[in-house]
Design a binder for this molecule. Structure first.
Ligand code: CO
Length: 332
């Protein structure tokens, strides 16, 4: 995802601590609180992943639960199915339903005072005729795809500590996934997190990318391995339902100006969904403005990402705080 410049906190530990006391917002406590909320909502929402569930009901459940528990939504809830690896959320009045046997990736994020937790899980949707509609081979294969990204994440977490080079995390993920005769998705990465900044500059690779940048104590990173029986590469697919504000620009159409002002006011730092704008605008007006704003790059559109060969993809993600001798997972 796009990097949003945030000067509020920089990487220096010293500055972290100064800001921490000056602002009085307990950074670590906020990270832990956001993590707890994400983890609770993820577990609750996972139970809805079965045949017949409307994707819209699932994303709205996740987003409203995050709010109810006292956090903000860090990004629109992503529900990406089968060959779609990431970046799908329901548009307004989405009628898409989960089918039995689907590989459903649920990726959600919450923020407390701007400190973010980001976590994802993959579930094969249960259904009445699952056993009749799919052979054991297919079901086992899907279970392995799910297991592989989980194994990748475990291997990555075991690698994280102060001073470790980030390529070593990617290498651990890649080796774990290849152990299942599957491939990691090489052009998707995890990311560092900072206050109101979902992708704070550092990418956490899912392969050995030879990046020798070292992790530092107190850094917060989201690690998100993706596994597939395809080639392990994703491309943009049509449509975009998630966006980020980039910059204010002049537009002739009044409607477009109003929508952009609304976005700048409500979602200046973190990604938003087109669906959210339909609270304040007629859907047709919101979507025509989003199209124009995207074309002019006043906002950034995130297209759903599809595995190149159309093969199915799993994802597992946790947020961790880097420590001297290891790390703490905030979203367990
Ligand atoms: Co993430």
């Amino acid at each position: 995802m796009r990097i949003i410049i945030n000067n509020y906190i920089n990487h220096s530990k010293y500055v972290y601590i100064i800001k921490f006391f000056k602002k009085g917002d307990n950074m670590i406590e906020c990270y832990l609180k956001a993590g707890e909320i994400v983890s609770d909502v993820r577990k609750e929402a996972s139970k809805m992943i079965k045949e017949g569930t409307l994707v819209l009901d699932l994303v709205e459940f996740v987003e409203s639960e995050i709010r109810k528990k006292g956090a903000g939504i860090a990004f629109p809830c992503n529900v990406s199915i089968n060959e779609i690896a990431a970046h799908y959320t329901s548009p307004f009045k989405d009628e898409k339903r989960i089918c039995a046997g689907d590989l459903v990736k649920l990726d959600l994020g919450a923020e407390v005072n701007g400190y973010i937790a980001d976590s994802a899980v993959t579930i094969m949707a249960d259904g009445e005729n699952l056993k009749e509609d799919f052979s054991d081979d297919v079901l086992n294969r899907n279970a392995e795809i799910i297991e592989a990204s989980a194994a990748g994440l475990d291997a990555a977490i075991a690698t994280v500590r102060d001073g470790v080079e980030v390529y070593k995390i990617g290498e651990a993920i890649s080796e774990a996934i290849k152990g299942y005769q599957l491939n990691p998705i090489s052009n998707l990465t995890g990311h560092s997190l900072e206050k109101y900044n979902l992708h704070a500059g550092l990418s956490i690779p899912n392969i050995n990318n030879h990046d020798t940048t070292r992790l530092e104590e107190c850094q917060v990173i989201a690690i998100e391995p993706f596994a597939t029986d395809g080639v392990g590469w994703v491309n943009d697919s049509p449509g975009a339902y998630i966006f980020s504000f980039i910059s204010d620009k002049p537009f002739r159409l009044k409607n477009t100006v109003k929508v952009l002002k609304n976005i700048e006011k409500n979602y200046p730092y973190l990604p938003f969904s087109g669906r959210w704008l339909t609270k304040d605008f007629k859907p047709a007006r919101a979507y025509s403005a989003l199209k124009q704003l995207s074309e002019a790059m006043a906002i950034y559109p995130y297209s759903p990402l599809k595995e190149k060969t159309g093969c199915w993809v799993s994802q597992k993600e946790h947020t961790v705080i880097v420590e001297k001798e290891g790390c703490s997972v905030t979203t367990l």
